[in-house]
Design a protein around this ligand. Sequence first.
Ligand SMILES: [Fe+2]
Length: 147
Amino acid sequence: MQRRDFLTGAVAVGAGVVFTSGKLLADEGKGEPPIRLKSKDSPSALEQGHVPLVDVPDKVKAGQWIDVNVKVGFMKEHPSTPEHWIRYVSLLADGKEIAKVERNVGGIVSASATFKIKLDKSVKLEAIQNCNLHGTWISEAVKVEVS
Ligand SMILES: [Fe+2]
């Protein structure tokens, strides 16, 4: 990890996210929004291992159960150790949290998560994850067309 990457990550520590009545709010008093990928062309080492990727079919049938795989991170799998792990992964549909998985400890559960959902209308899916050392990160939005 380069020094610049470390400093970027250090600033993000503690910038978690909580949801109240479907609204996205920053937690821990930081008021910081989740971190987004700055450039697809030159992602930093921290971005490669922390920006989530939502992997889902782009067209599905209404009411059909589908798997939404959230990979953390989008280029390089985030570690899961007792010292460094992903505390939660949330799935958002049109900006509202619809599901969340939490890990109370590291080293047992992988960084990535799979959600099984069914949709009755087309939506925009996003994922948010929180690393215990490097803060809260959000994926790019993925459109799912429901027919
Ligand atoms: Fe991390």
